[in-house]
Design a protein around this ligand. Structure first.
Ligand SMILES: [Zn+2]
Length: 442
């Protein structure tokens, strides 16, 4: 992809950047291989390239991630909406995607073509971004300045017509589930909203155990097709620069990486082979409010143009999970792990106690699995559960005492503790989205 080609999409789905190292698949952390081995996701030529399906364990990770995102967004004052994955071609003509981004969109469909008496003139497209739908929702009724900043969020589907040769795993897909949001605000509110969005990203990375490769101020480059006046670009760039400078985060400016409608802050991550891609983004946009003629009623009673801040905390769910698989080698933070607790009765006599403990794990809603002696020796079962954050060993003494001997994934072994205490402490850590397996000494 040419460096000066403007990014057309809203957050989180841009293509790989430059290769930092020669391409080599360090097999252990290749998310495609781990995804297969751990039965997280799969693909089938009959469904199609770039259209992965999620298996139960992968779906559990994804569900936890989506629930986390919705929770932090709700607490940060976002309101969630749903909007359809299809829109009329005209919607994207207005937004500018049709002229700037058509090469990455699937061809339009004409639902009524072929019906007698219809001319088939109405065309719909699979959406390449969620922004236009949200702009239309904003203007669905009159808005007062008292409603701003109005933060509208959606985990929604979007589509990209990638050539089949570049598709692979979860990182390059044709159907994308985007963690997206648009903040409609006054020009005076932009800096604070951008800063708050950046803070949400930093906090989410801490919970997810993700270490960014770098923060990037993505600017327009020579030869790119951009919309809007140079003055608006200068204003947006100055705003983002101020926020980055005030954040204390180290960042680099990069030309040719802006969206076609504005500059952005991108959070870059690197994969196992050192290739960089954008996971999260915050963008300032004066253009689409203009195109969609968005207005709010100011304190003066007159109509004013809001600014749109586009932002994504974790980018696309596909790319986020791919990165989490690679970053953790499948050993996810406990709150994300497909199986959080493996219960291991030492012998058949302890199976009833193990099942009772597993039932109690359901109360704090832990994902639990009982692995009994029919699956092999205790040592073999412990090895098989090496990616599970908590292993509860229940021998004869623990069964009688109502205790479990907890082994943590990192190798720590705890003295037997009452079952209720174990569950309470894990519930607190999982509920806080902690990356620590245990609080205190083990
Ligand atoms: Zn957007």
């Amino acid at each position: 992809m040419s460096c000066s080609k403007p990014r057309g999409e809203c957050p989180g789905a841009s293509s790989y950047g430059h290769s930092l190292h020669p391409r080599e698949e360090t097999a252990m952390y290749d998310h495609r291989r781990l995804g297969r081995e751990l039965e997280l996701f799969g693909t089938d030529p009959l469904i199609g390239a770039g259209l992965p399906y999620w298996l139960p364990d992968g779906a559990a990770v994804r569900h936890s991630l989506e629930e986390y995102v919705r929770t932090v967004e709700r607490r940060a004052g976002y309101q969630h909406v749903y909007s359809p994955v299809l829109g009329k071609r005209e919607l994207y003509e207005i937004s500018g995607h049709w002229s700037h981004y058509r090469g990455d969109m699937f061809p339009p469909m004409a639902p009524e073509a072929g019906d007698a008496g219809r001319d088939g003139s109405e065309q719909v497209v699979l959406r390449p971004s969620l922004c236009p739908h949200h702009a239309v929702i904003f203007r669905s009724r009159s808005r007062s300045h008292r409603e701003l900043p109005l933060r509208m969020a959606e985990l929604g589907g979007m589509y990209r017509s990638e050539p089949s040769g570049v598709l692979g795993g979860l990182t390059r897909v044709r159907a994308i589930q985007l963690n997206d949001a648009h903040v409609f605000c006054t020009p005076d509110q932009v800096a604070e909203e951008v800063g708050a969005a950046l803070e949400l990203i930093v906090r989410a990375y801490r919970a997810l155990g993700i270490v960014p490769a770098r923060y990037r101020l993505s600017l327009p480059g020579p030869g790119g097709k951009y919309v809007g006046s140079p003055d608006l670009w200068r204003r947006s760039t100055a705003l983002l620069t101020d926020v980055l400078d005030g954040s204390g985060l180290a960042y680099e400016a990069a030309e040719g990486e802006a969206a076609f409608y504005g500059p952005k802050i991108d959070v870059q991550v690197a994969d196992a082979a050192g290739r960089e891609s954008t996971l999260s983004t915050v963008q300032v946009d004066f253009h689409q409010p203009e195109r969609f003629d968005l207005r709010y009623v100011g304190a003066d009673g007159a109509g004013h143009r809001p600014v749109m801040v586009h932002r994504s905390i974790v980018g696309s769910v596909e790319r986020a999970v791919a990165h989490l698989i690679e970053q953790h080698g499948g050993a996810f933070p406990a709150w994300l792990a497909p199986t959080q607790m493996e219960v291991l009765p030492v012998s058949g006599d302890q199976v009833p106690a193990a099942e009772e403990f597993a039932r109690r794990c359901g109360e704090p809603d832990l994902r639990v699995r009982v692995s009994g002696p029919e699956r092999g020796s205790l040592g073999a079962r412990i090895r098989a559960a090496r990616l599970v954050p908590y292993q509860a060993v229940i021998g004869a003494k623990e069964a009688v005492d109502g205790k479990v001997a907890l082994r943590l994934r990192d190798g720590r072994r705890l003295d037997p503790l009452p079952a209720g205490e174990v569950l309470e402490r894990i519930r607190a850590l999982v509920g806080a989205h902690s990356t620590d397996l245990w609080d205190g000494t083990a």
